[in-house]
Design a protein around this ligand. Structure first.
Ligand code: ADP
Ligand code: MG
Ligand code: ZN
Length: 480
């Protein structure tokens, strides 16, 4: 039988606020265990939560950027369960009437029509603490609890079961990641858990109207693992059904070492959590003015910017996607355009040399030593024939090191391209005399040798001869 996989993602987005969601403690990562706690986030009896307004502001931003409607009156609920990292015995979350509802994101896979993925809801909640297991020096044996992370603000973004392949799932996830980092509400660090995803996976016979039973996979903290986990899980369920078994609803854990998932616990149903409105927090009322103010303050979003790069600058979808991977990169590109560069050439340099050198040196685009203006100046030198594309690489490396203006580097190092016909002809004559054997072969029909001559002439001129002229003059000398 043929099966249709179905995937829905629940993404936890840790918000980049200075303080926690219901108290004033710092959210800084990596501090001494339990140094960032107070009676509220320790869950001491009688301590009362106070909602951080910034969290609401960030949630509205996320909602508007994913086409959600903002709920005028939303409420916080207690999600009750017992675990040592949750001192209150409940997590403050939202259940009925979450802050954002009914949104969507469009994803476009290379060579395909764009597809709309529904977002069921986005709600606000507090994170739990962390268990720290043995072999930590302070612990002889056993486990300790670090509550620094308790009460850190999270958004949970829940998608509809609209995704059909691991490619679609990763594309959706990347899109969401780009939005929240673009908005500056999340640092997007997946390794540190600032952006984490649970993948719900089921399969059903092709053509069926009823969704199959899903497994929820936890602990997939990179795009690569999300793809692996989903693909493994789809195959596991298909094999299970083909062998006459049935999929049970459960929570599974992804193991990055083996690329497999294993059962963790049977899945809780919502009623297991005994959700009820938190009596310590009043309903959250959000007026239209607030929503409209946040809407006005939104930056141009990555999707819009990508479209603008495609429509106005004529960039291919792929290039536009890469150049809008982060807001800083898109800003860099646009600053270089404003300084007079052409889109396609700039795009190629940014996606090529710049990205490569940033990676090699562990630098971010914000710290790039070659400014957008310098890059545009250098491209102008190529355009007006002062330097060749090959020499430009040398100039680029020097700009990276010294930050000097490209023209100055060209002058100082005598890198000006030679476009003087007489001078180039002299070099060509020299090469053809030296390589007389190859010349005879070429003339007897071995056309492929032409590239060899070009190479030799460029080498003899130390890369400075104008390549177009070299081609033209060589052709006429060899064939004339
Ligand atoms: P819970 O919070 O208990 O996991 P939700 O109703 O919030 O349950 O749904 C969680 C996710 O599961 C959603 O992203 C939804 O799209 C997805 N989902 C629901 N049913 C299926 C299914 N049959 N196959 C795959 N994903 C599903
Ligand atoms: Mg879930
Ligand atoms: Zn606190």
């Amino acid at each position: 039988m043929k099966y249709q996989p179905v995937i829905g993602l629940e993404v936890h987005v840790q918000l980049k606020t200075d303080s926690k969601i219901f108290c004033g403690c710092s959210t800084q990562f990596g501090a001494e265990p339990n140094s960032q706690t107070c009676p509220v986030c320790l869950g001491l009896p009688g301590a009362l939560p106070v909602l951080n307004k910034k969290v609401v502001e960030f949630a509205i931003k996320a909602g508007l950027s994913t086409n959600c409607s903002i709920t005028p009156r939303s409420i916080f609920a207690r999600k009750n369960y017992f675990y040592p990292d949750l001192p209150k015995g409940y997590q403050i979350s939202q259940f009925e009437d979450p802050i954002c509802q009914h949104g969507w994101l469009d994803i476009t896979l290379e060579g395909q029509e764009s597809k709309r993925i529904g977002i069921t809801r986005i709600h606000m909640e507090e994170d739990a603490g962390k268990l720290v297991h043995a072999d930590v020096s302070a612990l002889e044996d056993g486990s300790g609890v670090d509550l620094n992370r308790a009460c850190t603000p999270l958004l949970e973004v829940v998608s509809e079961p609209d995704l059909r392949t691991s490619d679609e799932a990763v594309s959706y996830l990347k899109q969401l990641h780009r939005i929240v980092t673009w908005l500056g509400i999340c640092d997007g660090n997946m390794e540190e858990g600032s952006f984490r995803c649970d993948a719900n996976v089921s399969v059903m016979p092709v053509g069926s109207e009823t969704l199959g039973t899903r497994a929820e996979i936890k602990n997939v903290n990179s795009f690569k693992f999300v793809r692996q986990a989903i693909e493994y899980e789809i195959q596991r369920q298909i094999d299970l059904i083909d062998d006459g078994g049935t999929v049970v609803q459960e929570t599974r854990l992804f193991d990055p070492n083996s690329g497999t998932t294993r059962s963790m616990r049977s899945k809780e149903e919502a009623h297991d959590y005994r959700y009820f409105p938190d009596p310590d927090l009043v309903p959250l009322v959000i007026g239209d003015e607030w929503v409209e103010r946040v809407r006005r303050e939104l930056p141009e979003l990555p999707e819009q910017r990508q479209q603008r790069f495609i429509n106005l600058l004529g960039l291919p979808l792929y290039d536009a996607g890469v150049l809008t991977a982060s807001r800083a990169l898109a800003d860099y590109f646009e600053a270089a355009i404003a300084a007079g560069g052409t889109a396609k050439a700039l795009g190629n340099w940014i996606m090529g040399e710049i990205t490569r050198t940033l990676n090699d040196t562990g630098t971010t685009i914000e710290m790039c030593p070659v400014t957008p203006v310098r890059l545009a100046e250098m491209l102008k030198l190529i355009d007006n024939g002062t330097i060749s594309g090959k020499i430009a690489k040398t100039v680029f490396d020097e700009m990276w090191k010294s930050g000097k203006k490209p023209l100055l580097i060209v002058e100082e190092q005598g890198l000006v391209q030679v476009s003087d016909i007489g001078a180039i002809e002299a070099v060509i004559d020299e090469v053809l005399t030296r390589e007389s054997g190859q010349v005879a072969e070429y003339r007897s029909g071995k056309d492929k040798l032409f590239g060899f001559f070009v190479g030799q002439v460029m080498k003899a001129s130390k890369g400075k001869a104008n390549p177009a002229l070299v081609n033209e003059l060589l052709l006429s000398k060899l064939n004339g």
